[in-house]
Design a binder for this molecule. Structure first.
Ligand code: ZN
Ligand code: ZN
Length: 174
């Protein structure tokens, strides 16, 4: 197997979990950059060509791992520009479980600004409640019976119960 020159080797941090070779030196738009004979080139292309040979004319290297600064040739596949664009769009228009990122299906986490798929959130929420109910079945049943009793008893208790519920809901929203 061909080896990278030390000069390049030193710029790489190997990620043990993903297998990515992270280019820790200069980068532009997330892609590693390297000086080759006084000319700045894309690090992943340079590393690929040293270890695998020339990239066929007109082809781009697609990051299969989606980590732009990764230079591991095993994570790179030469593809046409059209294919690269198609893959990029495909990845950004659906969530990782295949739901479309439409405005209606997109939830922005208020604290972090992160994007979440609403369909996945709902499914996760339903799964979590079902699991919670299973774990605490006795307590849940008891609470439900208690609620039932309150609903059926005198109007005062019912009013108090309703007020509490409203407050709880308001707290949850806040
Ligand atoms: Zn990678
Ligand atoms: Zn989803």
């Amino acid at each position: 197997m061909k080896k990278l020159p030390d000069r390049l080797e030193r710029q790489i941090e190997y990620c043990p979990t993903s297998g990515c070779w992270l280019w820790i030196a200069a980068s532009a738009r997330g892609y590693g950059r390297v000086d080759v004979n006084g000319k700045l080139s894309q690090a992943h292309r340079v590393v690929y060509e040293i270890l695998r040979g020339p990239i066929p004319d007109g082809l781009q290297l697609d990051h299969l791992c989606r980590v732009r600064c990764c230079v591991n040739p095993d994570h790179l596949e030469p593809v046409t520009l059209a294919e690269n664009v198609r893959r990029g769009i495909y990845l950004t228009t659906i969530c990782k479980r295949g739901h479309k990122w439409t405005p209606e299906n997109t939830y922005i986490v208020p604290q972090t600004g992160a994007r979440q798929c609403r369909t996945c959130r709902l499914k996760r929420g339903a799964r979590n409640s079902a699991a919670y109910f299973r774990r605490n079945q006795a307590a849940c049943n008891e609470r439900n019976r208690e609620r039932q009793r309150i609903r059926l008893s005198d109007p005062d208790a019912r009013a108090r119960h309703n007020t509490l519920q409203r407050e709880a809901r308001r707290e949850k929203k806040a």
